[in-house]
Design a protein around this ligand. Sequence first.
Ligand code: PEP
Ligand code: MG
Length: 791
Amino acid sequence: MTTQWLENTRSTDLETVGGKGASLGELTDAGLPVPPGFVVTAETYRTFLETAGIETKLFEEILAVDADDSAGLAAAAAEARDLIRDTPLPETVREDILTAYRELGEQSDSETNGQGSEPFVAVRSSATAEDLPDASFAGQHETFLNVTEEDLVERVKACWASLFSERAVHYRNNNGFDHASVDIAVVVQQMVDAEKSGVMFTCHPSTGDRQMIIESAWGLGEAVVSGAVSPDHYVIDPDTAEIVESTIADKKQQMIKDPETGETALQPVDAERRTARVVTDEEIEQLIELGRLVEDHYGEPQDVEWAIVDGEVFMLQSRPITTIDTGPEREGVSETADAPTVDGGLSSDEQQAAALEESTEEADEVLVRGVSASPGKGSGEVRIIKKLDHLDQVTDGDIIVSKMTMPDMVPAMKRAAAIITDEGGMTSHASIVSREMGVPAVVGTRDATQVLTDGQLVTVDGDMGVVREGGPAEEDDESAIQPDPVESVRPQTPVKPMTATEVKVNLSIPEAAERAEATGADGVGLLRIEHMVISLGKTPEQYIEDHGEDAYISELVDGIRTVAEEFYPRPVRARTLDAPTDEFRELKGGTDEPHEHNPMLGYRGIRRSLDKPDPFRCELAAFKRLFDVGYDNVELMLPLVNDAEDVERAKLLMEDVGIDPEKVRWGVMVETPASALLIEEIAAAGIDFVSFGTNDLTQYTLAVDRNNQHVVDRFDELHPGVLKLIESTIETCRELGVDTSICGQAASKPPMVDFLVEQGVSSISANIDAVRDVQHEVKRMEQKLLLDSVR
Ligand code: PEP
Ligand code: MG
């Protein structure tokens, strides 16, 4: 049986439909309001492996790696996923899945916002070991929203492939699971076009107290579950249905479906709804009732995902709460203390129970929230950094808390367990550096330097964008405390999907070159030299005055060569200096820097280089030395040009130091609307490539300061205005034979990747932690385009 309807599914069907499928089937059977759907059974996954004859290859060859060989393991996982994705599905299976999908469309009714015969569905992995208390695979497998017939089969296969994510493979190896014995089913369920949604815990998720917790936000629940928005929060007494505590959050974003493309994306919430209450009293009553029903049904506390459309509540998922601490060994509590029982009863010893409650509440308290800038978790003592001379106080494993980070802080940031800043967004210095170094970071918290205190023990959750009081949660094993050991710290082998569009990596710190190379990137699409320069502790002018031009050139040569050597013969695109004046001010010699109202619009990039040609000539001389000693993989890129005049003037200076622009590869960043609009004239200067700096292109197109947290919601690299500029530039460049690339932060976003591949961009350069995903997204999109062209 390829598929099985949820309404015919019971909890005993776990082997066939996986944990999620069984749970949804059981809820449907219990008469709870679950959107209709079916499950592509685990048997189908098995049949696929068998019919395609790939079982031996998958389990006995690819996955037979030594558990301690992390690089080999990463490569094996990638190869396993590719094998699943690239192996065609038997035609009969494909037809069965599509037939069930069409039937689901016919069943569609107004209750679930049915969209007729081509409904939007959610496609979710449902591993047979998932959601079991001993094998908490939850969250490690894929979920796709708003899928339609076109992508359905591909998404089902992507769910199968997610069984071999590096994390899952690593987890299974470490916990003694046999890869061959874990099956996966896939739930295909009608999407509920949620106006509001959230989660509900039928008892306190960590203390087990008899309290119901409801969290709610606008749009789809993924925004709440992933931590992208801070939801409204209610604590409810389940006996009286009384709200004992409520916090209405500023919900800046919502996850909604774009009515035209059908894609789900985070969108800003209108001003009047941001601070408005999401659920009405009546809806809270419905949720409480639902919570009671589902808890009664299972006989244990549940963690429920719910959604509301037209005042009607739907249940999307329910799982037992696995985080309740039932063990007595918590720090500071006597071993004999009775833990609260799962059903909410309290310890017999009131004093000890109170102590337990206090300590667990403390451990869970969210102190500040911000943007999840770099993934992973880190615990340690807070070091508030107000002035540069405090940096030596940061010792190994501390948490750096500062208004903003500066390149001078990089050595201290390398020692830190995590980084928290008041200001900045995904493209700020703190975000870029911490991602490159694999250090967890939460930025743009507004007030972390005020709220946190020196020496305080905290845990930074870079995935959720929150900072909690206390050390690591007990359920986090050691590997979870640091950034994912397999995916982001240990070098990965260069096994990767073959793509026609090159996928490169961005780099700022030469010491991270080895990590960057290990991603299997096709080169470096952006090597920023600001960090090399600013870590000298002096402005370029001051450094030259103190040590001479030759010493400055040598510093640059050393930094760029480290990267060029690591990647040789793959290209390394180094960019000439582009640091705003505020980053120079703290350095020796920085007192002469102009005070600018908005440094982002000021004296930086090519403007400064042309205005102060002496330090710029030294940078160019460093390139010349590298070319002369044979680093023909080095490419030269000019930042923040506006027009042909900027480029021609820089070209003259290149020639001045002896670089022949005809013999080396050089190009420009497209970061201002002017440069995009005038690309034809700029290209006439003889450039080989352009690279979209979408961080700047977005801020200048939308007039949204990229470092200003007050307008962070408006910073949208996928804004049609930005896309239009990119589209026309790529078109012109293709006609002129100029390569196109992207090296802004947006290169890590799947919709941007899809857009660029479709437009025919030559390469995409992403952050270290995103390279793998971008490689797969590029491949997926290229295959889709190929298929579309022959269909
Ligand atoms: C950009 O603007 O997108 C870019 C890559 O340059 P930077 O972030 O260094 O300004
Ligand atoms: Mg830029």
